[in-house]
Ligand binder design. Sequence first.
Ligand SMILES: [Zn+2]
Length: 269
Amino acid sequence: MDVFFYIIIFIIGTLFGSFCTLAVYRIPKKIDIVYTHSFCPNCGHKLGFFELIPVLSYIFLGGKCKKCKQKIRPRYLILEISFGLAFLLIALCLKLSIYTLTLKNIIRFAFIALYLVAIFLIAGIDKEERRIEKSVLYYSFAVSCAYIIYLCIMGQTSIYRYVMYLVTLIILLIIDCEKQIKYAKESYLFQILMLLIVMLINTGEIVTISTILITFIAIGLVKCIHYLSNALNKSKKEHKNMLEIYKFGYLFGIANIMSFIGYLYFINH
Ligand SMILES: [Zn+2]
């Protein structure tokens, strides 16, 4: 029975993954994500029902468009499967099963799913364009607010710290909007700060701190390897400012999802 339950969770995860890969492609191009029918970016062929099924459609079509036979990037498949796996892992970490399916657990899971969507979109768009998409930040802001209201209703004791984060987030948003009006320029650093506050609200202090640590340790390791290989090849490359090259939305996003899943496992086992 439980196996069946986990298969359903996995399938729901792949559906979310499918939607998110579509959104990462469309949001920067300003294409509507709800009403515009899914299409092949090469020939414009509108996808039929069976071509929309995550994972399976990719396998049955052999990774090609049905009409123009253009290859579909395997990252769609990889991302759909990883989303399914992330959902599965979270359900396992929360010890969710057909017998523990209470309303409280479902709401908790739903909030995590909505949060994952936000982090995935922010990370995905940042990886492609190196910027934090404002509309996704607003979405994650709305999810955070709903989460805080839910905690209030449930009588969570430490509600003040959430309110404090929310106020900081609003202040950052206002300053960022002001800056944009004044200098017609978005500040990457500000957006990263807002992202970190969204992480603080949704995943807590421990996870956010470990997110930052993991990211900087990973960057440090990569830098060391680069430095060593440069020293060995005796090539000299100019050092760039860290803030100008790294995609922090993308790096923090991956580190955050990993630490969050680890944290959920740790507190529930
Ligand atoms: Zn096509």
